[in-house]
Every structure is written in structure tokens, then in C-alpha cells.
Write a protein that binds this ligand. Structure first.
Ligand SMILES: Cc1cc2nc3c(=O)[nH]c(=O)nc-3n(C[C@H](O)[C@H](O)[C@H](O)COP(=O)(O)OP(=O)(O)OC[C@H]3O[C@@H](n4cnc5c(N)ncnc54)[C@H](O)[C@@H]3O)c2cc1C
Length: 433
């Protein structure tokens, strides 16, 4: 039986998070916006403004809730994380303050899962403690959605591996202490079997940042996504993460939960859009009446509310399926959420922008940035088209071809079968006429 009630003790935590984010975290978004502030853990700002807030979160028992207690987290299930991330999604600093900022959260998950004791001590512990940042370096300039075109490779040389090649959109590299790099280690087999992952210290000789790429209207060179070249970068053999050829299994572990977490935070962003939309509708007057009284506005509000509700339920359901069956068993639901996320977000932003007129598209509202964020949701972690393919493939697994020449819903065939079943009764009814 479906039950949408929330355990009172957890509701108390959610109420606390909501208040804390509103009063302590959201002001940081306004006073200190920007990639640098969120990711640069070596800055004085981070030390003075972020760390004390992180300590409050730790004391409250809400730090890195996506991780198991063994790694200092709370071991929350995905449904609990969905409610929590919805609140954090309203603030740029929210995930950082609560210890579940991408890409560190996903990177921590895979080191926890596949790392050796030494790798965990060297990379995972300071990462979990929020002392260092990390980077995930997989996409290449010639393609991201199709790993079959990847060429960045590593060759074994004694006790070391030597990495050569290029990667594209390696987010937050400029603040990272280490990178997780996916490379081809066996070019003679299919990429799904011949790719491996390495933990690479960011100060390794040979790592060349060609440039940092920005999104939207970020200034040249100030973006957070590195175009990076690996020029014979040497890493010790014990820096292989998992086994040789295991990169794809590792990547799936990383993306399962992470993909949903973006969607959970998007629920928060979409509900923020609805708040702005409704406030505007009740505040702005045109032709002698409030915008809220115009039918066209009411349609916007209804559509935004309905889509938010549908999306939130979809995300919660997918989270529940992950809790029941694990990420692999929830492939269809996760991919379906990935398809819905940019669409619902974009439509919500566009309606809210429209109702704000010139102000809506100006840089005095958060909406233009939100619009760009909605578009990136359809590209980062794989394009929408690829997720649609996954949904269709998984849905089709529950079906089989029609028996014979006609569809199973073909009415003449079904009618003939039904009539044959009720032949006696039909005969008697006709006789009674
Ligand atoms: C904000 C942001 C952050 C990112 N961070 C990282 C990161 O930290 N590390 C990292 O390694 N990568 C990162 N990426 C890269 C991201 O993973 C890739 O952009 C993504 O996998 C798509 O690859 P691509 O950009 O090369 O597009 P392509 O693979 O060239 O695809 C381009 C377009 O072609 C179409 N297309 C592609 N495949 C198909 C298909 N099978 N069927 C139909 N149409 C298709 C889609 O419209 C797609 O958008 C990030 C991207 C963004 C936007």
C-alpha cells in the first residue's frame, strides 16, 4: 500500500534542514556566488564561512547522509535522500554544507566501494572530511555519450602506468587534489571490457589544463570544466581503482545514485520556480487586475504545480525502487527520471521567466542561470536521447511479439474468441428473443 506520510523524527530533521538552509546557507548564495567559492576548499572563505556550518551539520548528524555509517554518513535510503536533497536543491551551497557535493559525492562512493585500504586512507578519508576536492575525468573532446570513441589510454611500464590522451569537461579540476580518470588499458577488446580507472594526484607531472571551459555567459577561462591533456602522466600501479577492465562497472555504481540526486535537487529548484511564479501572479497588476486573475496566468500556475507534483512523485518512486532493488534493478526508473528532469525544469523556468517580463530574463533574477542549468541536466551524465533508449529497452523487456498475424488487441479476433467462450449463452439469449 502506498503511504506518503513521513516518519515524525525524520520530519523534524527536514524541518530543521529547511530552516537552516533558509537562514544560514542561502545568504551565502547571495553574498558569495560562484564556482570558486563552492569548490575551493583551500580558501579563507571556505575556512571561515563553510567549515563552521559543516560542523553544525555534523553535530546534527546530517553529514554525508548518502554514505553508510562506516564512512561517516547516515546510511539514508534514497527516499529519505530525495526529501533532503529537495531542500538542498534550493541553494548553490546546500550540497557543500551537507557533504554531498558532486562530483565528490559520487567519487567518494566509488572509492568506498572499489578502493583498497591504502587508497581509502589517502583519498577517501580527506575527501569525506571535506578537506580536499576531487575531479571525475571521463568525457573526451571527440565524444562523451559514446565510450566507443574514447582514445585516452594507459600503458603499463614496470610498477607504473603511463597515461596519454585528452579529456573534456572535467569539472572542478582546478580545485581537485586528485582525479579519477577513465582510460583504455586494453585496446584489443571492446571498450566496455578494456577500460580502467585510475586515481591520479592532481600535481602529477604531465597534467596540462588546455583551458577551463565555462557554461552560458561565464567569462572566457573562468569556467569550471577543464579541457585537459595527459602527457605521459605516470601513476603507481597501486593507483588502479578496482581491477583492470572494470571502469564501466565502476561508472555505473557512480551514476546510479548520483543521477537521482540531481533530480532530487531539481525538485527543489522547480518548486522555487513555482514560488516565484505565484508570488509574481499575486503582486503584479496589469489592465486593472492582478496577473493571478488572468486565465493565461492560471494555466501557467496549474501546469507548473501539476508537473512539479508528477515529477516529485516520479523521483520518490524511482528512489523507492532503488531502495528495494538497488541501482541496477532501477535502471528503467532512473533513466526515466533523467529524461523528465531537464524537461520539467526548463518548462517551469520558462513560465516563471515569462510572467516576470524583462525582469525575468535580466541578471537580477536567478532564472537565466536556472534555464542554463535545466539545459545542462539533459546533457551531463549522458544525453536525454540515450536515457530514452534505456527506458525503451527496459520497457520492451516486459513485452513479447503478438502470436499470429494480428495484434493481441485486434477486436474481431478477440470478439470471436469471446463468442466461442459464451456460445451456449449466446444461443439461448437469441432463442429467448
Ligand atoms: C555541466 C556539465 C558538467 C560535466 N561534468 C563532467 C565531468 O565532471 N566529467 C566528465 O567526464 N564529463 C562531464 N561532462 C560531460 C558529459 O558527461 C557529456 O557532455 C555527455 O556525456 C555528452 O557527451 P558530449 O558532450 O560529447 O556529447 P555527444 O556525445 O557528442 O552528443 C551530442 C548530442 O548528440 C545526440 N546524441 C548523442 N548520442 C545519441 C544517441 N545514442 N542517440 C541519439 N542522439 C544522440 C544528443 O543530442 C547529444 O546531446 C559534463 C557536462 C556538462 C554539461
Amino acid at each position: 500500500m502506498a503511504d506518503f506520510s513521513i516518519d515524525p523524527a525524520f520530519q523534524e530533521q527536514l524541518d530543521w534542514i529547511r530552516k537552516f538552509v533558509k537562514t544560514e546557507v542561502e545568504p551565502l548564495d547571495l553574498a558569495f556566488a560562484g564556482e570558486d567559492m563552492v569548490y575551493n576548499k583551500a580558501s579563507a572563505f571556505y575556512e571561515e564561512a563553510i567549515r563552521p556550518l559543516q560542523q553544525v551539520v555534523k553535530d546534527r548528524g546530517l553529514w554525508s547522509c548518502h554514505l553508510t555509517p562506516e564512512y561517516g554518513g547516515q546510511g539514508y535510503g534514497q527516499v529519505q535522500l530525495a526529501y533532503m536533497n529537495e531542500i538542498l536543491g534550493r541553494s548553490q551551497f546546500g550540497p557543500t554544507v551537507f557533504g554531498n557535493q558532486a562530483p565528490d559525492s559520487g567519487n567518494a562512493e566509488i572509492i568506498a566501494h572499489y578502493g583498497t585500504a591504502e587508497q581509502k586512507a589517502k583519498y577517501l578519508e580527506p575527501l569525506l572530511d571535506g578537506r580536499i576536492s576531487s575531479c571525475y575525468s571521463m568525457t573526451e573532446p571527440q565524444g562523451g555519450a559514446d565510450p566507443g570513441v574514447f582514445t585516452c589510454s594507459a600503458v603499463r611500464d614496470g610498477d607504473e602506468w603511463v597515461i596519454d590522451g585528452e579529456k573534456w569537461f572535467s569539472s572542478s579540476l582546478r580545485y581537485a587534489s586528485f582525479l579519477i580518470v577513465m582510460v583504455i588499458t586494453d585496446p584489443d577488446v571492446a571498450v566496455h571490457k578494456g577500460a580502467s580507472m585510475f586515481l591520479v594526484p592532481a600535481d602529477s607531472p604531465g597534467i596540462e589544463v588546455v583551458r577551463n571551459v565555462g557554461v552560458g555567459q561565464e567569462h572566457d577561462g573562468h569556467g569550471g570544466h577543464a579541457y585537459v591533456r595527459y602527457n605521459s602522466v605516470r601513476v603507481p600501479a597501486d593507483h588502479l581503482l578496482g581491477g583492470e577492465g572494470q571502469a564501466f562497472a565502476i561508472a555505473q555504481t557512480r551514476l546510479g545514485g548520483g543521477r537521482l540526486h540531481h533530480a532530487m535537487r531539481t525538485v527543489g529548484a522547480v518548486s522555487r520556480c513555482l514560488d516565484m511564479l505565484c508570488e509574481r501572479a499575486l503582486s503584479r497588476t496589469t489592465q486593472g487586475e492582478l496577473l493571478a486573475r488572468k486565465q493565461a496566468t492560471q494555466e501557467k500556475i496549474a501546469d507548473s504545480f501539476i508537473e512539479l507534483l508528477q515529477f516529485k512523485l516520479q523521483v520518490l518512486h524511482a528512489a523507492w525502487v532503488v531502495d528495494q532493488k538497488g541501482g541496477h534493478g532501477a535502471r528503467k526508473e532512473i533513466a526515466a527520471v533523467k529524461v523528465a528532469t531537464p524537461k520539467v525544469y526548463r518548462e517551469a523556468v520558462l513560465r516563471t521567466m515569462q510572467l516576470h517580463g524583462a525582469l525575468g530574463v535580466s541578471n537580477e533574477m536567478p532564472l537565466a542561470n536556472m534555464l542554463m542549468a535545466s539545459v545542462t541536466m539533459g546533457i551531463a551524465d549522458g544525453p536525454t536521447e540515450v536515457h530514452k533508449f534505456t527506458v525503451a529497452r527496459e520497457v520492451l523487456k516486459d513485452y513479447s511479439p503478438a502470436e499470429g498475424d494480428w495484434p493481441s488487441e485486434h477486436l474481431p479476433e478477440r470478439r470471436a474468441a469471446a463468442r466461442a467462450e459464451y456460445a451456449d449463452l449466446l444461443e439461448r439469449s437469441v432463442a429467448d428473443l
